[in-house]
Design a protein around this ligand. Structure first.
Ligand code: ZN
Length: 145
């Protein structure tokens, strides 16, 4: 039994709904794999997952595995409850720009909030949800501080 088999130790995060377009993304998170939808017509990333490319209106969309690396594009610190990361105290809501291009709304964890800095290098880490999926969050690329 791993620690995450104990429901009390799992995330208190609300389970994000799955749409037909986002199902492959969420399925991959069960294996802690970060996928980015890709438009084969204009060769650009598409995020969030959808049925039609917002750049060229093409429907020839596929999936690519992302490196998991990104940089902090923007952030704010929420001092109000509830805390979706399950941690006590304030938490960071961030826009992280993936190396592959898209910007994800997520959380940054693993460092004191006063050390958050736009442009800092981050890598994906995962918050296990009760249904076996994982929510992608980000931490400093060198590991938690
Ligand atoms: Zn396109």
């Amino acid at each position: 039994m791993t620690s995450t088999d104990n429901p009390r130790e799992r995330s208190r995060r609300m389970e994000p709904p799955v749409s037909p377009a986002s199902a492959p993304f969420w399925e991959a998170t069960k294996e802690r794999r970060l996928l980015v939808q890709w438009c084969l017509d204009c060769d650009k990333s598409v995020f969030y997952p959808r049925e039609i490319c917002p750049g060229c209106l093409g429907t020839n969309l596929d999936w690519r595995e992302a490196s998991g690396d990104g940089t902090l594009y923007s952030f704010t610190v929420n001092h109000l409850s509830p805390d979706p990361t399950g941690a006590e105290g304030p938490f960071a809501i961030a826009l992280v720009e993936l190396t592959e291009g898209p910007r994800m709304m997520t959380n940054v964890v693993g460092l004191p909030l006063d050390e958050l800095e736009v442009g800092m290098e981050l890598r994906v880490t995962w918050d296990e949800l009760a249904d076996g999926r994982h929510y992608p969050m980000f931490e400093p690329r060198g590991g938690p501080k």
